[in-house]
Ligand binder design. Structure first.
Ligand code: TRP
Length: 448
C-alpha cells in the first residue's frame, strides 16, 4: 500500500461511527424525510425508502468507505492512488473531482437552510411562537425569507461554526465536537418522541408512517425515495470516502457501515414519529411540503402545553444535525488542499470558508433580492439543488459503484473489506449489477 499523508486517524470505532452518522443525519432526515413522506402518502413510501437503503444505500456506503481506506487520502488523491497502483484509466479520478465540486456546491446552499434553523432556534428560545395566530406564524417564515440581512447573518454564523470546528483537525476538532453533538441530538429526539406520545395522537402518527397505502404511490415517489436514500446517506460527496480514510485499518468496515445505516434510518423514522403526532394533534395536514417544519410545526407547538420548551429543543436539534453535516461536507475539501499546498489547516479553512461564503450568496439571494431571476428549474437555488441532487450525485454514485466492481479487481476489494465470503459475494453482486441499474433509472428520470 502507498503511504498516506494523513497525520491523524479516528481515535476509536465509535468516533468514526458518530462522525459518519452525524454526516448522514442532517436536514435530510429531520426536515426533508418527514415532508416527502407526508407528500407521498406515508407508509408505502417508507417501505420503498427502506428497500432503497438496502439495495443502493448499504452497498454504496461500504464501497465508499473501502475506497477511502484503500486510497488512504482525500477523495481526489485516494482515487488517483488507486488508479496509479492498479494502472487504471485516469478518467476515474473524475470521481474525486466530482465529489469535491458537489460537496462545495451543496455546502453553499445547505448553509443557507442551516441558517434558518439558527434563526428558528433563537425565535423559539425567545418564545416568539407562543400565542401567535396561524397567519402570524406563516408571516414569520416569509419575513425571514424576505430579509437578506437576517439570512446573511445566520448563514455567516453557520459557516463560521463549521470552519471553527474543522480548522482544529480530526481529533481536536471534529471528534470532540461530534462526541457532544451527536448524543445530544439523539437524546433531544427521543425526548421529542416522548412529548409527541403525550399528545394523544401518537397512534395516528404511527399509522401514517407505517401503514402502507399503495394507492398514493407512483413512479415519481419511487424515484424520490431512491434519490433521498442517496442524499440522506451522504453518498457521492466524498465525505464517506474521506472519513473512511481516517479509519484505522483494524476496524471492520461492514460492521461500522451497518451502524451508520441504522442511525440514519432510525433517526429519520424517529423524526417522523416526533413530528406527525404533533401535526395531527393540532388538526394540521402532513403534506405541507418544505414548510412542514418551519410553518406547520411552530403552529402546532404554539398551541401545545410546554410548546415553547419543546419547540426550542426541536430547533436546537435541527441546528445540530445541520452542523454535523456541514463539517463532513467541508472536511474533504480542506484535506485535499492541505495535502497539495504548503498552507496550514487553519489558513486553508479560513480561505475555503470565505470562498464558500461567496459561492453561497446567489442561493441566499434566490429567496429575496434575486427571486425574480428564474430559468430552467426555477431560482438559482432551485437550479443548484436540481443539478447537484438529481444529476451530479447519481452520476458520482454510479461511477463509484462501477469503479469498485468493474475497474478494481475483486481480490483487492475483498482484501480491503475482510468480510465473510458469502456476505462479501452478496455485497459484490448487488453493487456490480443491481445498484448501477437502479441509479441509472434515477438519473435518466432526473434528467428528463
Ligand atoms: N446526509 C445529509 C442529510 O441528510 C446531507 C448530506 C448530503 C451530507 N451529502 C452529504 C452531509 C455529505 C455531509 C456530507 O441532510
Amino acid at each position: 500500500m502507498a503511504s498516506s499523508s494523513l497525520k491523524e486517524h479516528w481515535s476509536s470505532k465509535w468516533a468514526f461511527i458518530f462522525a459518519a452518522a452525524g454526516s448522514a443525519v442532517g436536514l435530510g432526515n429531520i426536515w426533508k424525510f418527514p415532508y416527502i413522506t407526508g407528500e407521498n402518502g406515508g407508509g408505502a413510501f417508507v417501505l420503498i425508502y427502506l428497500a432503497c437503503i438496502a439495495i443502493i444505500g448499504l452497498p454504496l456506503v461500504i464501497a465508499e468507505i473501502s475506497l477511502g481506506r484503500m486510497g488512504g487520502e482525500n477523495p481526489i488523491d485516494s482515487i488517483r492512488n488507486l488508479v496509479t497502483r492498479y494502472k487504471l484509466k485516469p478518467f476515474w479520478t473524475a470521481i474525486g473531482w466530482l465529489a469535491l465540486v458537489v460537496a462545495f456546491l451543496v455546502l453553499s446552499y445547505y448553509c443557507v437552510i442551516a441558517g434558518w434553523t439558527l434563526d428558528y432556534t433563537v425565535k423559539s428560545l425567545s418564545g416568539a411562537f407562543t400565542h401567535m395566530t396561524p397567519v402570524e406564524i406563516n408571516n414569520l417564515f416569509s419575513s425571514l425569507l424576505a430579509s437578506p440581512g437576517k439570512m446573511l447573518f445566520y448563514y455567516t454564523l453557520m459557516i463560521a461554526l463549521t470552519g471553527l470546528i474543522v480548522s482544529q483537525g480530526i481529533k481536536r476538532g471534529i471528534e470532540k465536537a461530534i462526541y457532544v453533538l451527536f448524543p445530544v441530538l439523539v437524546l433531544i429526539l427521543i425526548a421529542l418522541v416522548g412529548y409527541a406520545y403525550e399528545t394523544g395522537f401518537f397512534e395516528q402518527g404511527v399509522k401514517f408512517l407505517f401503514q402502507p397505502n399503495f394507492s398514493k404511490l407512483n413512479a415519481d415517489s419511487i424515484l424520490s425515495a431512491m434519490g433521498h436514500a442517496f442524499f440522506s446517506l451522504s453518498l457521492g460527496f466524498g465525505s464517506m470516502m474521506m472519513y473512511g480514510a481516517y479509519l484505522p485499518k483494524k476496524i471492520s468496515i461492514g460492521n461500522t457501515a451497518l451502524y451508520i445505516i441504522f442511525f440514519d434510518t432510525f433517526i429519520a423514522l424517529l423524526a417522523g414519529l416526533a413530528i406527525f403526532p404533533i401535526v395531527f394533534a393540532h388538526g394540521l395536514q402532513p403534506n405541507a411540503g418544505p414548510g412542514l417544519i418551519f410553518q406547520t410545526l411552530p403552529l402546532a407547538f404554539a398551541q401545545l402545553p410546554y410548546g415553547h420548551l419543546f419547540a426550542s429543543l426541536f430547533f436546537v436539534m435541527l441546528a445540530i444535525a445541520a452542523l454535523t453535516s456541514t463539517i463532513a461536507l467541508l472536511e474533504p475539501i480542506i484535506a485535499y488542499t492541505l495535502k497539495n499546498t504548503r498552507l496550514t489547516r487553519q489558513k486553508i479553512t479560513l480561505y475555503a470558508c470565505f470562498i464558500l461564503w461567496i459561492v453561497g450568496l446567489p442561493s441566499l439571494f434566490s429567496f429575496n433580492l434575486w427571486a425574480h431571476v428564474t430559468f430552467f428549474a426555477g431560482t438559482l437555488f432551485d437550479n443548484i439543488d436540481y443539478l447537484t441532487a438529481n444529476i451530479m450525485l447519481p452520476i458520482n454514485g454510479l461511477l463509484v459503484a462501477l469503479f469498485a466492481t468493474w475497474a478494481l479487481r475483486k481480490v483487492e476489494m475483498k482484501k480491503a473489506l475482510s468480510l465473510p465470503h458469502k456476505i462479501f459475494s452478496a455485497w459484490y453482486t448487488v453493487l456490480k449489477y443491481i445498484t448501477p441499474v437502479c441509479i441509472t433509472v434515477v438519473l435518466v428520470h432526473g434528467v428528463l
